[in-house]
Write a protein that binds this ligand. Structure first.
Ligand SMILES: NC(=O)c1ccc[n+]([C@@H]2O[C@H](COP(=O)([O-])OP(=O)(O)OC[C@H]3O[C@@H](n4cnc5c(N)ncnc54)[C@H](O)[C@@H]3O)[C@@H](O)[C@H]2O)c1
Length: 337
């Protein structure tokens, strides 16, 4: 392996694959060598843009000994097979969330990973957001004392297409999974109980597809710290992302980010501000750059990636528990093992 640079293959040239490939293309310690996507036009357009080649399939790209690492940004149902093929070929992996929608497949994947000493990171990018990092650092410095309650608000501007909803695995596994990971990280402890209530108030077609479009969850840790997560698939005012941490000595919270910091006053309003950033690509732009940078640094310096496969598994366990609680109306105890 070149000591100062990684050659990447990017699987998936959709929304998030494009974003990762573009970040890799301008990273001083990375190069995109291949883009792989069964939709040939998507692969060739992105490959051309980032100075890479296309490969006909995963096996062809993974056979290239010059490739050190892969980004798996393909559809969720392809993740576990691509992770397994990549680690068998000795390539470091950054895989998008979720690892899979089925915890048994995730467990089998993790068992396979144990056979290989290859770094695997999961794309929980919110941990790399400067605002979330500042909150976590404030907790670490004891600025709020003992954490007693956390509130995480995450509302999308508008629902994704129904075709996406149908294969997404549902709101808990597809959308709230980010918040479950953020909750674990901020709590610094594993939730052991989960209560969920969910509804479909945005679009009845989402209910007919078997999903919900709004949910509220409460997590409880062994030492009785509570975390409330609320999600909606629609917020008329933009992408609503806020965190509040309350403790024995105070409170730290984050407000939404906006395109600019200007305040406008006129006959309708005083100090009115810009509307919120539209969606995740804009709101979490920095986090994706930091995530890639952290992954490259971990691989080149041979340290463990900051967010690993076990984090992916733990977040899915919480999503499954929330879904079960929503369906049964009961508090669900999360199994640790
Ligand atoms: N971390 C985040 O903020 C974030 C945001 C969006 C999506 N995601 C995750 O990223 C993944 C992709 O989501 P998206 O929104 O980019 O979807 P998308 O549908 O826009 O793109 C997925 C692409 O994968 C391609 N693909 C399918 N099978 C493949 C294979 N075997 N090899 C290579 N490419 C293949 C598809 O042709 C498609 O172009 C999902 O798992 C999703 O949960 C994460």
């Amino acid at each position: 392996m070149a000591k100062d640079r990684l050659n990447f293959c990017v699987f998936g040239a959709g929304r998030i694959g494009k974003l990762h490939a573009r970040n890799l293309a301008v990273h001083p310690r990375a190069r995109v060598s291949y883009v792989v996507d069964p939709v040939a036009r998507l692969a060739s357009d992105l490959a051309r843009e980032v100075g890479a080649a296309t490969a006909p399939d995963a096996a062809a790209a993974l056979a290239d000994r010059e490739i050190n690492a892969v980004v798996i940004a393909s559809s969720t149902n392809t993740h576990v097979d691509l992770i397994a093929a990549s680690v068998r070929a000795g390539k470091a992996v950054l895989c998008e969330k979720p690892i899979d929608l089925d915890i048994r497949r995730v467990d089998r994947c993790l068992a396979e990973l144990k056979k290989h000493r290859v770094p695997v990171a999961i794309g929980f990018n919110r941990r790399f957001d400067p605002t979330n990092r500042a909150i976590q650092a404030a907790i670490g410095r004891g600025e709020v004392g003992e954490v007693e309650q956390i509130v995480i608000t995450s509302r999308d501007p508008a629902p994704p297409p129904l075709s996406y909803i149908k294969v997404s695995g549902g709101l808990f596994r597809d959308m709230m999974i980010h918040d479950f990971d953020l909750a674990r990280w901020l709590l610094g402890a594993e939730p052991v109980e989960v209560v969920a209530k969910a509804s479909c108030r945005v679009d009845p077609k989402i209910a007919r597809a078997g999903d919900v479009d709004g949910a509220m969850v409460i997590l409880k840790t062994r030492n009785s710290t509570l975390c409330h997560i609320n999600n909606s698939r629609r917020a008329t005012y933009g992408y609503d992302q806020r965190v509040e941490v309350f403790g024995s000595k105070g409170m730290v919270r984050s407000d939404n980010l906006r395109p600019t910091a200007i305040l406008t006053s006129n006959e309708r309003a005083t100090d009115s501000r810009d509307v919120l950033l539209p969606f995740f690509v804009e709101r979490y732009a920095q986090s994706y750059r930091h995530e890639i940078d952290d992954f490259i640094d971990a691989v080149l310096s041979r340290r463990k990636p900051s967010v690993g496969a076990e984090d992916g598994r733990r977040a899915l366990l919480l999503a499954d528990a929330a879904l079960q609680s929503h369906r049964t109306g009961k508090t669900v105890t999360v199994r640790a093992g």
